[in-house]
Structure formats: C-alpha cells, structure tokens
Design a protein around this ligand. Structure first.
Ligand code: BEZ
Length: 241
C-alpha cells in the first residue's frame, strides 16, 4: 500500500548535488530562455519564491536586484521563478519599481529574468513544490549551478523565512575558490581566512604533512591542515575583468 510519504516523494523529485541541472524552456520577464544551455560558462543561481505581491518575496527581490551587479562581477547570473503568470510578474516588478521602499532601497528595477511557471513544470522538476509546506506555492529554493551545468549546492527555506544574501554570496565565492585552488573552506569562512587543505590520501603524505612547518601549510594533526589564502588572491581569482 502507498503511504503518504511515498506519494510526496513522487510529487517532489529533486535534483541532487552533482547532478546535471534539469533542462527546460520557459517564458520569463526578459524573454524566452533555454535552461541551462543559455548559461554555459557561467554560474547561475536559480531561485524560487512563493508568490508575487507578497512582502517577504518583495524584500528578497529588491535585495537580489540590488546585488545583481555584484553577482555578475563573479560570473554569476540570477534567475527567479514562481508559479505565477507572466503578467502578474510584470505588474509586480513594476509596482516594486514605482512604489516600494525597503531599507535603503527604492526605485529598484529587477533586470534579471523571472520565470512564469503556472503549470509548475519547472518547480516540480527542481523539487520546489514541497507539499508539506505548500501544495500551491514554491518554497524558497536556491540552486547553485556551475559553468558546466552541474548542481553544486541547494538551499531550501520555508515560506516565512527571508533568505540571507550575504550567505548566498559567500557560498558562491567559497565554491569558486574550492574549484580554483583545490581546497575546502572551514566553518564561517570569509575571503582572507585560512582555507583547509583536503586530507592526505596516504599514510606517507600524512607523515610528510606533519613535518611541514612553513607559511604554506599548517597541520595541527595529520587530517587537519590549513593554508593561508590572501584576500587579494581570492578576489583576483573570482572577479571578472
Ligand atoms: C511572503 O513572501 O511574504 C510570504 C509568501 C508566502 C507565505 C508567507 C509569506
């Protein structure tokens, strides 16, 4: 017999970290897109929000719009989605620009594409409809998709919780740095902090590591080695010309 949980899992299949980003064609406020093909060679943050004309979503859209340029500078495009129609999206974005003031932001123009998804085709493909939270609205999902169209990180928030954009940006930079320098980043890492050298893959390397006492790498045990990575080097690696 099918349990309610089995049923839920069938409704919300979701891509996992390391999977290729599921493909789709969609109408957006910036024209039609073919995802992820249109974004080859770039990082993309594909994010969903529950509904147009709602306050938390409005505050998030204004914040993303304000930060769009900052993300572009590190080779990252933004793409939004909700299960509303195109005309609702257009009306909402116009209202945001014309009327809404939030913190230091006003006259904010959202220039990145916002996908219309009334059929929930895309939202279901990406596991953005999570019936335990809502059957009719997408949860707040954040998918990081890398330049080779691989899903690299996924963050989900419930409907009531506005996202932390500093963390969304920090995670992007940390993944770019992990790729560039073959390192990992420790808890609460910020550019300029020491990075983690991945654990030694053999006993010989583990022994060697314990002997190294220079500025390059510092090991407090064979499995716990850190390395300095200057903030300027980080910025040079991530910032586009
Ligand atoms: C909001 O964006 O304000 C919101 C949307 C859905 C449920 C709760 C809040």
């Amino acid at each position: 017999m099918e349990t309610p949980l089995d049923n839920r899992e069938q409704i919300t299949p979701m891509p996992r970290i390391g999977d290729k980003a599921p493909e789709f064609w969609a109408k957006t406020t910036q024209g039609d897109i073919h995802f992820p093909n249109d974004y080859k060679g770039k990082w993309v943050i594909l994010f969903s929000h529950p509904a147009d004309f709602t306050p938390v979503c409005t505050s998030e859209f204004m914040t993303f719009a304000k930060l769009e340029e900052k993300f572009a500078k590190v080779n990252c495009k933004l793409v939004g989605l909700s299960v509303d129609g195109l005309y609702s999206h257009i009306a909402w974005l116009r209202t945001i620009k014309d009327k809404i003031q939030f913190r230091d932001m006003k006259n904010i123009e959202v220039k990145f594409p916002l996908i219309e998804d009334i059929t929930m085709n895309v939202a279901k493909k990406y596991g953005m409809i999570q019936p335990g939270e809502s059957e009719t609205q997408a949860v707040r999902a954040v998918f990081y998709i890398d330049p080779k169209a691989t899903v690299r990180a996924i963050i989900y928030y419930p409907l009531s919780l506005g996202r932390n954009f500093e963390e969304i940006y920090r995670a992007l930079i940390a993944m770019q740095i992990a790729d560039e320098f073959a390192v990992a980043t420790p808890a609460d890492w910020e550019p300029g902090d020491d990075v983690i050298v991945p654990p030694a893959g053999s006993c010989g390397i583990a022994e060697e590591r314990m002997k190294i006492k220079d500025n390059e790498m510092e090991c407090t045990d064979w499995f716990f080695c850190t390395q300095k990575l200057d903030k300027n080097e980080v910025l040079e690696a991530v910032l586009q010309d």
